[in-house]
Design a binder for this molecule. Sequence first.
Ligand SMILES: C[S@@+](CC[C@H](N)C(=O)[O-])C[C@H]1O[C@@H](n2cnc3c(N)ncnc32)[C@H](O)[C@@H]1O
Length: 392
Amino acid sequence: MTPEARIATAADLLDVILAGDPAERALTDWARRNRYAGSRDRAAIRDHVYDALRCRRSFALLGGGETGRGLMLGYLLSEGRDPRDVFTGQGYGPAPLTGAEAAALAETPAEALRAAPRPVACDMPDWLWPQLETSLGDRTETIAAILRRRAPVFLRVNLRKTDRAAARAALAAEEIVTRPHALAETALEVTDGARRVAMSRAYDEGLVELQDAASQAVAAALPLREGLSVLDYCAGGGGKTLAIAGRIDGTFTAHDADAGRMADLPERARRAGIAVTLTDRPRGPFDLVLCDVPCSGSGAWRRSPSGKWALSQETLDRLNATQLDILKRAAGLVAPGGTLAYVTCSLLRAENQERVAAFRATDPGWRIAAERQFLPDEGGDGFYLACLSRTG
Ligand SMILES: C[S@@+](CC[C@H](N)C(=O)[O-])C[C@H]1O[C@@H](n2cnc3c(N)ncnc32)[C@H](O)[C@@H]1O
C-alpha cells in the first residue's frame, strides 16, 4: 500500500470507531477482509488510528472536524505537512479536499493550538480537566502531552531465570535491541524489534515478560521478603503476581471477580517457572493482599486512548464505589502484621489518595505505611501505590 492509501484506510476505520466500534475489533476485521495488506501496512494503519485517538480533539481542531478525514487532515497538519499533497485521490489515496474541508483547515496549526482551550490542545475531556489539575498541579500539561504520544514497549526481566545483562544479550541475538530503564532494576525498554518479542525464544523461555516499567516499579516497592504468602485479589492476567513471584520465594494465590481474565495466567506462570494457585474464594490470612483495582486507566491512556473519551463522571463514581468495596473485602484477608496494598493505574486523586482516605474513614484501624505515585514523566505509565498496615 502507498502511504496515501494507508491514510485513506485509517480515515475510513476512524469513522467506524467514532461510530462506536472498538478500535481493536475494527482493525482486526479490516485486516481479515484485506489480506493483500502486509504487516508493515497493518502496523502503519494501526499507528495512524491510535495517534488520532490519542489526539482526537487537537487533530479535529486542526483538520476542521471530528471525522476520519478531519482527524487525518489534523494529523498531517500537526506533522507540518500540507494535506493537499496527500488528499489527491491518486494511488488509492483519500479523495481531494472539498471546498468546505479546505476552508475549515487551521491555517497556522501552532497558533491554533496555542489559542485553543487547554483541554482541547491537551486532548482531554472538558469535564475531567479540573480534576486533572487538582491531581497533577503544575505537571498537568506535561503529563497530558506525554499521553498524546505512543508508549514505549517495556519488558520485565525474570530474575528467577536470568539477569538484566544476560536477558539483553539473549534478546540482542534475536535482533531485539533494549536499554535498561531507571524505574526498576528488572525493566528494559525495547528500542528496536518490539514486534519480534512475542515470537522470540527469550520470551518463550520465560526470560522476559511484557510489562510496563512503572508496573514493575510498583512490585519492587512492595514490602517483600522470602516466604511471604501473597494474594493478588484483582489478578487479571497476573502481571503483578508474576512480577512479585519473580522477586521472592513464597506462596502465590491469584483471584479475580471475573475468573476468565486469569485464563492466560497458568501458561504465563509455567513459562516463568512460578507456581500460582488460582482461586474463586480466597481464604486468608495472607501476609500481603494486593488490590490492583479496576480504575479509569488514566495513567495508561497512551496505550488505551479510547478509555480517555469513554470515561464519564458516572463511570468514575461507579469505579470509586467498587474500589472501596474491594478494599473492605480484602482487608479481612490480611494476616496480623500483614500489608494491604492498594494499587491503581490512575492519575486521579479521586481514585488514589481519596479512596484510601475513604477506606480509612470506614475502618480507622489502618495506617499508611508507604505511599508512592509514579507519573508518566518518569517514563512508565501512571501508577499509585499505598501500603496499609493495621494500627496497634
Ligand atoms: C487493573 S486490572 C488487574 C491487572 C492485573 N493485576 C495485572 O497486573 O495484570 C483489575 C482487575 O480487577 C478485576 N475486578 C473487578 N472487580 C473486582 C472485584 N470486585 N473483586 C475482584 N476483582 C475485581 C477485574 O476483572 C480486572 O481483572
